[in-house]
Design a protein around this ligand. Structure first.
Ligand SMILES: *[C@@H]1O[C@H](CO)[C@@H](O)[C@H](O)[C@H]1NC(C)=O
Ligand SMILES: *[C@@H]1O[C@H](CO)[C@@H](O)[C@H](O)[C@H]1NC(C)=O
Ligand SMILES: *[C@@H]1O[C@H](CO)[C@@H](O)[C@H](O)[C@H]1NC(C)=O
Ligand SMILES: *[C@@H]1O[C@H](CO)[C@@H](O)[C@H](O)[C@H]1NC(C)=O
Ligand SMILES: *[C@@H]1O[C@H](CO)[C@@H](O)[C@H](O)[C@H]1NC(C)=O
Ligand SMILES: *[C@@H]1O[C@H](CO)[C@@H](O)[C@H](O)[C@H]1NC(C)=O
Ligand SMILES: *[C@@H]1O[C@H](CO)[C@@H](O)[C@H](O)[C@H]1NC(C)=O
Length: 756
């Protein structure tokens, strides 16, 4: 392919808003400004009821002051008093305080409440701290800050944080939740500026040594030495298992070492948790990423599919080290990963899962720390192959003078790979959020604002305003938008009026939703997640029958042929969920296609923990066989240590960028307290870019190509660079040329002719 520019056309080819160049790294300073003295003050007046019920009121109920209750069985946990919300007739009734004007925007606050309930019986109840706010334009918002199960036995501390992006005209904090008849008791409520958490330190040195396998006698050279049976099952050694390493381990270890062909045979299993085990407490290092790998098989006699799971018992807590499900007598690869972040006193690994009476075979179980740097080297080569192109700048001029030897400077302004983030309507009010968004991303998705429960919370009462405003913002910055989501199969996400419809009413509502949404926004959303999480939920399928899913796709396509229609699901890529393995996802997509559904994209949400490159890559390879573009649609990684978080993010981004089937990556937010997952943010609440954010920006920088040199005898300048938009400067004694060109995908070198 060839594109041709002449110098006359220079002005018109500058298509980008260059102020938004991805090259410069924005540096936001922590906001330390604010009214003097605001630092430690509790926003709540009379927080411990020492001044009676002054400044408090009942939200839809009565409130009372107590020194004790129930003839002296209930006392305050601290201080002299507590209050109760009583005569409650709705779940949202409770005790409230108006804090209008006492909270600053863009500052994180920490909320702590000491609560319990008072009820005749022994049931526990969920108690929640909620913030209600009204914006200057009368729009209302409810922000849930913290919640917990609470009993009538003990005081419980609820804790959470919040951040407001704009100054509300009214702001009320209250406690709510239990069903009517239950009293909410409050001993204290504190709302303070959140303390700045000091930046975390890198927990291990960059060149930490990566020892090998920590499992003793993995290959069973020495009988069952090192192994013990968990429960009263019996272990013996058999032969005839695969000699090859499971592929995901092979790709991490970079070796073709062979296995012994011996396996542990587990018989006399009288419970599903019984299997071979080892203690590995002393062999684990904190914060390293451990990969788990083995071949597993089951004996005859199973009538239904059996689950096999590698489990880590960490101080009695179960951690999933990988899971497979099958119903044949072949060997299956099992793989997973885990990480320990606090010194444990006891760690056991065991293999479990099949029903009692079913024999289990385990071969070559290995647990080893993953050396991510080695993988990155490989990925960089792959990336170079698929995300770059050879470019030939051909300089020619009409006069006889030549260009040979003149210097050329090429800078890439933007990489065209779609990289996006989730946004929310309220975060638009934070100008720093918007600034980071437009500098760093070329795609976006709305967290909630397009969901049915948001656009039609009550039947016939529509709210498209938030989605419209977000869409306008994105358009104004040339940000493409995914539509998330038309439907969502998980019952808990479905608003009550929809849940209460009978089948014919639901069918009509589904049609109306499709027509309403897709007609309104025709041509505006580039993608739609048609029916979110179909591997995990079945609300519509159960009520409307097996054709409904394909029909949703078909109708969507008719209404808006411009949009690419996606399936979208979670735990596809990490080996940890047998409901959503790549195999099951593939089957679902094939079934949809067989029914005529135009599935145009595969969404991997990517809410991932402890990512391991070859495990992710294995899933991408399998899904890639369908020939449909794959997108990471909701990527987030969570770790309190921001360096480890940065490493995790780098793993997923590099795997995605290096894989030929992946055509885009959307992060599920980046701003602290505006992400559904905790400890996943790239930018702290105060605007400071943390280690994870810096890593993200440095990857973006790495994925820009720059070149400079001299024009050769053929009048050409050649380089290889990432797909995207470039700026070329050419200076000679007589001319100064400065123009923009775009490099798109293609096998052959791109020739850009520049007529001088
Ligand atoms: C809090 O209560 C005290 C006593 O009733 C009252 O004087 C004060 O104005 C109240 N403060 C606010 C902000 O309502
Ligand atoms: C509150 O409830 C108590 C007990 O159920 C009842 O005796 C009392 O009359 C109620 N008070 C009001 C104001 O409704
Ligand atoms: C306990 O009492 C509450 C409040 O009256 C009621 O909602 C709940 O159903 C009761 N639970 C049981 C198990 O009776
Ligand atoms: C990294 O490895 C080198 C060579 O093994 C060693 O000299 C150096 O001390 C190590 N650095 C750290 C921070 O551990
Ligand atoms: C396994 O079970 C069989 C029959 O249930 C029994 O005969 C055998 O002794 C058991 N073997 C072991 C090692 O416990
Ligand atoms: C379903 O609900 C609608 C509206 O409530 C009602 O008119 C209709 O008769 C119901 N249909 C069936 C089959 O129950
Ligand atoms: C060329 O254009 C770009 C973008 O407009 C600008 O940033 C750069 O400074 C220009 N270079 C020269 C030498 O004028």
């Amino acid at each position: 392919m060839e594109i041709h520019f002449s110098s006359l056309a220079l002005v018109s080819v500058v298509v980008l808003h260059l102020g938004l160049s991805a090259e410069s790294i924005p540096v936001y300073q922590a906001t330390t400004t604010g009214p003097v003295g605001a630092g430690d003050d509790n926003v709540i007046l009379n927080p411990r009821f020492e001044d009676g019920l002054n400044n408090w009121s009942g939200k839809g109920c009565k409130i009372e002051l107590h020194k004790s209750m129930e003839d002296g069985k209930v006392f305050p946990q601290s201080g002299m008093f507590f209050a109760s919300a009583t005569n409650r007739t709705e779940n949202w009734n409770g005790i409230e305080q108006d804090i209008t004007g006492r909270v600053q925007r863009k500052v994180a606050y920490q909320v702590t409440a000491v609560v319990r309930i008072y009820v005749d019986n022994d049931t526990s109840a969920g108690v929640q701290i909620t913030l209600w706010l009204q914006e200057p334009d009368f729009r209302e918002q409810y922000i849930s800050i913290a919640s917990s199960q609470v009993t009538n036995k003990d005081w419980v501390q609820l804790q959470g944080e919040f951040l407001l992006n704009e100054t509300p005209s009214r702001l009320v904090i209250y406690l709510e939740g239990p069903s009517p008849g239950t009293d909410i008791l409050v001993n204290s409520l504190v709302v303070k500026r959140a303390e700045k958490i000091p930046a975390s330190a890198r927990p291990f040195s960059k060149n930490a040594t990566f020892g090998g396998n920590i499992i003793e006698n993995s290959y069973l050279d020495d009988g069952t030495t090192g192994w013990f049976p968990l429960g009263n099952c019996a272990l013996s050694v058999g032969t005839g298992s695969p000699h090859v390493l499971p592929p995901m381990a092979r790709d991490s270890l970079g070796t073709y070492e062979s296995l012994s062909g011996r396996y542990i045979m587990v018989t006399n299993r009288s419970d599903s948790w019984m299997g071979p085990a080892q203690m590995i407490t002393d062999k684990l290092k904190l914060y390293l990423t451990y990969q788990v790998s083995a071949w597993v098989r089951i004996g005859p006699g199973a009538t239904s599919p059996q689950i096999v799971n590698v489990a880590l018992g960490v101080d009695g807590q179960w951690i999933n080290g990988g899971e497979v499900e099958f119903n044949d007598d072949n060997w299956h690869e099992i793989g997973g990963s885990f990480r320990i972040e606090k010194q444990p006193s006891n760690v056991m690994v065991y293999v479990q899962g099949p029903a009692s009476g079913v024999d289990l075979m385990v071969s070559g179980l290995q647990i080893f720390p993953v050396n991510r740097q080695v993988r990155f080297k490989y990925l960089k080569k792959q990336t170079d192959k698929i995300r770059k192109r050879d470019i030939i700048l051909k300089f020619s001029r009409s006069e006889s003078s030549n260009t040979v030897g003149n210097s050329v400077k090429v800078r890439q302004i933007k990489n065209s790979f779609p990289l996006g983030s989730c946004v929310t309507r309220t975060s638009m009010d934070n100008e720093k959020f918007v600034k980071f968004l437009v500098k760093s991303f070329n795609w976006a998705v709305f967290e909630n604002e397009l969901k049915w429960s948001w656009t039609e919370p009550q039947e016939g009462k529509f709210n498209y305003r938030d989605a419209d405003e977000l869409l306008d913002l994105c358009k104004s910055y040339n940000i493409e938008v995914r539509g998330h989501c038309i439907f969502w199969e998980m019952e808990y996400t479905i608003q009550s009026w929809v849940r209460s419809l009978n089948a014919s009413g639901l069918m009509t509502a589904v049609q109306n939703r499709l027509t309403g949404l897709l007609t309104r926004y025709k041509g505006q959303f580039r993608h739609y997640d048609v029916n979110n999480e179909m591997l995990h939920g079945s609300f519509y399928l159960d009520r409307l029958g097996k054709d409904i899913r394909a029909n949703m796709f078909k109708t969507s396509h008719e209404l808006d042929p411009y949009a690419t229609l996606f399936v979208n699901d979670y735990h596809i890529e990490d080996g940890s969920d047998i409901r959503s393995t790549p195999e099951k996802y593939i089957q679902q997509i094939l079934d949809l296609q067989k029914q005529g559904a135009p599935v145009g994209g595969i969404g991997i949400q990517g809410h991932i923990d402890v990512p391991v490159g070859p495990i992710i890559c294995s899933a991408l390879d399998k899904l890639g066989t369908l020939g449909i573009p794959i997108w990471f649609t909701e990527l987030d990684v969570s770790c309190p240590n921001e360096f480890v978080r940065a490493d995790d993010l780098e793993v997923v981004l590099r795997e995605a960028f290096a894989h030929p089937a992946v055509e885009g990556v959307i992060l599920w937010g980046f701003w602290e307290l505006y992400m559904s997952r905790k400890n996943a943010h790239l930018v702290n609440a105060d605007g400071k870019i943390n280690a994870a954010g810096k890593r993200f920006l440095s990857l973006k920088k790495e994925w820009l190509s720059h070149a400079s040199g001299h024009i050769d005898e053929l009048g050409e300048f050649r380089f290889r660079g990432f797909h995207g938009t470039y700026n070329v400067e050419f200076v000679s004694t007589t001319e100064k040329v400065n123009m923009t060109f775009v490099v798109d995908q293609g096998e052959s070198p791109l020739v850009v002719s520049i007529d001088l």
